[in-house]
Design a protein around this ligand. Structure first.
Ligand code: 4AD
Ligand code: MG
Length: 431
């Protein structure tokens, strides 16, 4: 008999198959039991009819505890009432391991309780759906960049440089030297772009930010792109095509998950390039018109500001050309103004905030040296980076997309803590 996974059931209608699964939930009456089974690949209902099975199997169906592991043998049938479309008519149950009393029951639990049980909370339908969407975004990311001729490059995690400012660094020892956990692979990607042209990376990044909001993680995953001979506007085109690509891929390949999550997919269908662009200056004006008197030109936006700007659009919106004073050292100045730089943040709709930060990079040697000094960075640690503006420097641009914020937006989940398997938060490193 063939052992299959739940996701492959549509190919085996009418056949008797064996599936290794966990019992997610069950209900039974005198003569029939309905088992909600999950095997990681999907969820399906198994039906056990007393008259059709052995006494042992029916007794097992009635008594097994939630999250026990089983082998079930049965016939695959179509079932138009369920969104999955199939059911298993169970003939035999083999219990692999009977679960102790399972702490996560179908009733409501508090957030801290669920976070303490993250290692098993992941098994629930909603969490499973979010992880499937996350995986689809990662899959589509590789597909997009490979299709566009980018090479994947893996920047180091242990570094001696700090692209995004020195205040949020995790310090560690590198034998007897000081080192940091990577905030962004950008500087290394810039070096790689000079060797390979168009490059991308996907890796963990760390920010010792004392922020406790629904958008902040201490450890998060970033997808970064860097392109030699690309100017600011050309980079924005790559970004909008990339974001549209992942949204459309999720719509196409995660229908069941989006339905389970109750996501309004009409909002996602609309996410097609190009995306609107608004300058920082215009954004400040818009905020003042909307009555936000708390923000002045030169200050960075907070979450309420980003949300108010995003509300104006039904697609992600680029806010371009921020004041030089609130952005990192490496950003290329505007050609006609010395008070703003050639950069953009991409703000997601529906209040999910900034999902991409990017810019054109300085490639003038003297200016780069000056900025490193102005930012109080140790020139010696950046000597290798300065080499890039010495040997065949070219205009180049790049960006970083925060995976968890993107997952939150696409799934419609409120908080980034549910968008990564094991979130690292301000007060949490367990489990
Ligand atoms: O805007 P950021 O800081 O940009 C950079 O790190 C650039 N060096 C990227 C580049 O140009 N290659 O971070 C990029 C994105 C943000 O837009 C946001 O989506 C996400 O990373 N991000 C966070 N996500 C979760 N928790 C945090 N604490 C985050 N900080 C940034
Ligand atoms: Mg940013």
């Amino acid at each position: 008999m063939k052992k299959i996974s739940i996701q492959d059931m549509p190919k085996h209608v009418g056949e008797t198959v064996k599936i290794g699964a966990w019992l997610a939930n069950k209900r039974s009456s005198g003569k029939i039991a309905f088992l909600q089974l999950r095997d990681g690949s999907g969820f399906v209902q198994g039906v056990v009819v007393k008259a059709n099975v052995s006494e042992e199997t029916f007794a097992a169906a009635k008594s097994i505890s939630q999250e026990s592991s089983l082998y079930v043998i049965g016939e695959v049938t179509e079932d138009t009432r369920s969104s999955f479309g199939y059911e298993l008519q169970i003939q035999e149950i083999q219990v692999v391991s009977e679960a102790h009393d399972y702490p996560i029951t179908p009733k409501e639990h508090g957030v801290e309780f669920l976070m303490d049980h993250r290692h098993i909370w992941l098994r629930s339908k909603k969490q499973h759906a979010i992880m499937v969407v996350r995986n689809e975004i990662i899959r589509a990311t590789y597909e997009f960049f490979n299709g566009e001729g980018f090479k994947k490059v893996d920047p180091p995690i242990l570094t001696g440089s700090a692209p995004e400012g020195t205040s949020e660094l995790f310090h560690t020892k590198y034998f007897d030297q000081d080192a940091f956990l990577s905030q962004s692979g950008q500087l290394y990607l810039e070096a790689a772009a000079m060797a390979l042209g168009k490059v991308f990376s996907f890796g963990p990044t760390f920010r010792a930010e004392k922020s406790k909001t629904r958008r902040h993680l201490i450890e998060f995953w970033m997808i970064e792109g860097e392109m030699a001979f690309y100017e600011h506007d050309e980079s924005l085109e790559v970004q909008e095509q990339y974001v549209a690509y992942i949204v459309q891929s999720v719509l196409k390949n995660c229908k069941l998950e989006l339905e389970l999550l109750g996501r309004d997919t009409t909002k996602l269908e609309n996410i097609q390039a190009p995306f609107p662009r608004i300058s920082y200056d215009e954004a400040i004006e818009l905020l003042h018109e909307k009555g936000f008197d708390d923000i002045q030109w030169g200050e960075d936006f907070g979450a309420p500001h980003e949300t108010a700007i995003a509300e104006h659009y039904d697609k992600p919106v680029f806010i371009t050309c921020y004041p030089v004073g609130i952005k990192p050292f490496y950003m290329q100045p505007h050609p006609e103004r010395n008070d703003v730089v050639l950069c953009a943040d991409l703000i997601a709709p529906e209040g999910y905030g900034e999902i991409i930060g990017g810019s054109e990079r300085i490639y003038d040697y003297e200016l780069m040296k000056q900025r490193i000094a102005e930012h109080g960075l140790d020139e010696e640690a950046y000597a290798w980076y300065l080499d890039l503006s010495k040997y065949g420097a070219v205009p180049h641009s790049g960006f970083g997309l925060g995976l968890e914020r993107t997952v939150a937006w696409i799934t419609g989940v409120e908080h980034v803590r549910e968008t990564i398997p094991f979130p690292r938060l301000l007060n949490r490193i367990y489990p």
